[in-house]
Design a binder for this molecule. Structure first.
Ligand SMILES: [Zn+2]
Length: 143
């Protein structure tokens, strides 16, 4: 069942009506079985008001969006934590990670590092026994 908001083009009266489907609306209109409750005109059109069906869909989309925003917020907090507690080494990540791993006296080893690495890089570091964790990164500019 689908509810449509209808408007009479003759007297501008608006009313709602239930239909089995959107096709049923078209069929009834074609057969001139739709008439205005006010002036009996058959000049009836669907008004711009959204039917209930798409409202339900919209609410679901909003829910998903809110959940996404929540996850995004948590990620941002995590990213902030990393930013405050780790040194950013950018493209040099693989080099720096190795230098920390193989040179225990490296002054940077007191603090963790973060930066950019490809999946292949991460795999290689792991093979060498270098602890690497991949974290999703939220770009601040995305807002
Ligand atoms: Zn009317």
């Amino acid at each position: 069942m689908i509810k449509y908001a209808l408007q009479c083009k003759n007297c501008k009266q608006e009313f709602e009506s239930w239909f089995g489907s959107s096709k049923e609306f078209d069929r009834l209109k074609k057969m001139k079985l739709l008439n205005c409750q006010n002036c009996n005109s058959i000049n009836i059109e669907k008004s711009l008001m959204a039917p209930n069906l798409s409202n339900a869909k919209k609410i679901k989309l909003d829910e998903n969006y809110n959940r996404f925003k929540e996850v995004k917020k948590k990620l941002k907090e995590y990213n902030k934590f990393v930013k405050q507690n780790f040194d950013f080494v950018g493209e040099n990540f693989v080099y720096e990670a190795r230098s920390i791993h193989y040179n225990k006296n490296n002054k940077k080893s007191k603090k963790g590092i973060y930066g950019k690495a490809s999946l292949q890089d991460v795999k290689e570091l792991k093979d060498e026994g270098i602890e690497t964790e991949m974290i999703p990164w939220i770009d601040d500019k995305e807002n």
